[in-house]
Design a protein around this ligand. Structure first.
Ligand SMILES: CC(C)(COP(=O)(O)OP(=O)(O)OC[C@H]1O[C@@H](n2cnc3c(N)ncnc32)[C@H](O)[C@@H]1OP(=O)(O)O)[C@@H](O)C(=O)NCCC(=O)NCCS
Length: 177
């Protein structure tokens, strides 16, 4: 990787409000193209448990179903900079057995990576979401993701899980409602 100077990296880790403006809003069907591009980015696919590219029609059907779900099992945010340009997404999948818990996933467009935005988006999304306990599953080897989640206050829980492929679990417990 092109490692950033330590001082800059520390800044990203400890100051969730620093840097350019970031905004989150709930995704709509109009975001389908952007979300598809992000979802099929090769690095995003490689970080997922299902690594095959997703056809656009399948993606749109998935998105339409999730957005219309009355139980809101998936909560999907898109992230924008101060000019409204889309740069990433954060998704929460509610635990079917416990509505206060969710699994989180995130992706940022390639040109915005490694600038501290991932950690900041995670902080924003965690503050915005209605879940008290949030879990991230990160495939072994995705060190950038582990660091981004750690910078946002997630802590490792237990050892390496083996299925569906080797991964770590990181947890975050929200302090305030
Ligand atoms: C994971 C992702 C969201 C992180 O967002 P980001 O904006 O790149 O992350 P940040 O800049 O906030 O933090 C990156 C951290 O990883 C470090 N890093 C960057 N590239 C790295 C690499 N190749 N190896 C190890 N660490 C790396 C950075 O130094 C930084 O750590 P620091 O804050 O301790 O200095 C983004 O890279 C992405 O979209 N990846 C593809 C999808 C993905 O992997 N999603 C996560 C699935 S759980």
């Amino acid at each position: 990787m092109g490692a950033r100077p330590r001082a800059k990296r520390q800044g990203a880790r400890h100051a969730s409000a620093q840097g350019p403006t970031l905004r989150l809003r709930l995704a709509t069907l109009d975001d389908a193209r952007f979300l598809h591009r992000l979802r099929n980015d090769p690095v995003t696919r490689a970080s997922s448990f299902h690594t095959e590219p997703i056809p656009y029609r399948e993606h749109v059907a998935w998105l339409a179903k999730r957005l219309a779900d009355p139980e809101k099992r998936v909560r999907l945010y898109v992230a924008m900079d101060g000019n409204g340009a889309l740069l990433g997404q954060v998704r929460f999948d509610k635990d079917p057995k416990d509505p206060t818990r969710a699994e989180i996933s995130i992706a940022v467009l390639p040109r915005f990576r490694d600038k501290g935005l991932g950690s900041r988006l995670l902080c924003l999304a965690v503050r915005r979401c209605p879940f008290d306990r949030i879990l991230a599953r990160i495939r072994i080897g995705n060190e950038r993701s582990v660091r981004a989640f750690s910078g946002a206050g997630f802590a490792r829980s237990g050892g390496i899980r083996k299925t569906p492929s080797p991964h770590l679990v990181l947890l975050c417990r929200r302090k305030t409602r």
